[in-house]
Design a protein around this ligand. Structure first.
Ligand code: S3P
Length: 433
């Protein structure tokens, strides 16, 4: 179990390219495997989560060749997967488990999905419920992993109102819908990331999306395509906050995915007064990209608009670091989902911020943070095996005069394997021991 020692630093200047988008990387392997033909993926995130998806599809008989971040997937078609010889271990990855359960519920073989200690505590009833309504047979441990999925069930299309804002549940149901009798529709309570919808279109699958309702009908095939994975805005967000809070910073984050269902972090930081500008905006394979320039900024506390919550759901840990450096109070509500991520991110961040002397109040569905200055840490900060908690507190070192120690940072590899190198190349002083 390794830890970070984040030493104080003040300046940040660089052109940075953060790794490929995690959500798009997962989906490229899944859809590439289910397509006819060879799908070439360039820029795949080589994080453990994505590699868990890749291994799982290999175990189901898909030939996948990988040379670093370049991958060739020899698709087997919707009905070509083979029964894996043992349980599929998805490690820390909620996206793998939730999306794959939609695919596996429709196969003609039984399968079992397992995960690490953190994933084993995360709610899967949110996918079991709609899949069961479609005709799937899934056994779980009180709504949590492991999931035992019974094969050879015939699925029916449903018209499902999503009770939570979740792209994983939406994607799970849409993937099961590829195999269901008739039409499958999902209505969202809030807009969530739409990479599955975009990528299905990229693989030539017709999908209707109007307002907040998305529908597809089974009976068509996916056709292999080439995918260029853009940089992950969720990884770029660490450096966006780093640059805004640093005393002297001017950085450019290159080729970041700015899909409008993901840009809540930019909107929130700009509302707080961050100097962020987008240039070189262009489209690649159905996704929008831009270079993002971020400079040191004077931040102010805000009430985070509720409509931005789902669009920034993975970025709140690091947004809380920005709020800690802002003048005045920042209030987040409507973010109960943060409690069921890789850790309870509201509590984990509140505990760490208190160690750094930042006043905060935990709410059932959010947090109130009083901006101030980071004090000498009273203790080591616990990441709770959560990659984004670990990286967020490392970013705090740009405004802290003392070393910050963060425990249990191995899981940074799940989403951002070169975080330490990139942080140090930009001017941070981060040691992993
Ligand atoms: C993801 C959706 C989000 C996000 C996760 C990735 C995806 O989860 O937090 O990191 O790729 O669909 P929810 O759908 O549970 O909100």
């Amino acid at each position: 179990m390794s830890k970070f020692i984040a030493r104080p630093s003040k300046e940040l200047s660089s052109r940075l390219k953060v790794p490929g988008d995690k959500s798009i990387s997962h989906r490229s392997i899944m859809l590439g495997s289910l397509a006819h033909g060879i799908t070439k993926v360039d820029g795949l995130l080589q994080g453990e989560d994505v590699l868990a998806t890749l291994q799982a599809f290999k175990k189901m008989g898909v030939k996948i060749e990988r040379d670093n971040n370049q991958v060739s997937i020899h698709g087997v078609g919707l009905y070509g997967l083979k029964q894996p010889s043992s349980a599929l271990d998805l490690g820390n990855s909620g996206t793998s488990m939730r999306l794959m359960s939609g695919i596996l519920a429709a196969q003609n073989f039984d399968s079992e999905l397992v995960g690490d200690a953190s994933l084993s505590k995360r709610p899967m009833d949110r996918v079991i419920k709609p899949l069961t309504q479609m005709g799937a047979v899934i056994q779980s441990k009180g709504g949590k992993p492991p999931l035992k999925i019974k094969g050879a069930q015939s699925l029916n299309g449903i018209d499902y109102d999503l009770p939570v804002a979740s792209a994983q549940v939406k994607s799970c149901v849409l993937l099961a819908g590829l195999y269901a009798q008739g039409k499958t529709c999902i209505t969202e309570i809030a807009t969530t990331r739409d990479h599955t919808e975009r990528m299905l279109k990229g693989f030539g699958y017709y999908i209707e999306a109007k307002n907040n309702k998305i529908c597809l009908t089974a009976g068509n095939n996916l056709t292999a395509t080439n995918i260029q994975v853009p940089s992950d805005i969720s990884s770029a967000a660490f450096f966006m906050v780093a640059a805004t809070i640093a005393i002297d910073a001017d950085i450019i984050l290159e080729g970041v995915n700015i899909n409008p269902t993901r840009t809540g972090v930019i909107d929130i930081l700009q509302l707080m007064g961050a100097k962020i500008t987008l240039t070189n905006t262009h489209e690649v394979g159905g996704e929008l990209l831009a270079d993002i320039r971020v400079q040191s900024s004077r931040l102010k506390g805000i009430h985070i608009p509720i409509e931005l919550v789902a669009l920034a759901i993975d970025e709140f840990p690091v947004i809380f670091i920005a709020a800690s450096c802002a003048q005045g109070e920042t209030l987040l509500t409507g973010a109960r989902e943060l409690r069921v991520k890789e850790s309870d991110r509201i509590q984990a961040m509140a505990d760490g911020l208190s160690i750094l002397g930042i006043q905060n109040e935990v709410l059932a569905d959010g947090i109130k943070i009083q901006g101030g200055s980071f004090h000498k840490p009273k203790d080591i900060i616990e990441s709770h095996h959560d990659h984004r908690i670990a990286m967020s507190f490392a970013i705090a070192s740009l405004r802290c005069k003392y070393d910050i120690e963060i425990n249990d940072v191995d899981n940074v590899k799940t989403s951002f394997p070169n975080f330490v190198d990139l942080a140090n190349s930009a001017g941070m002083n981060l040691i992993q021991v």
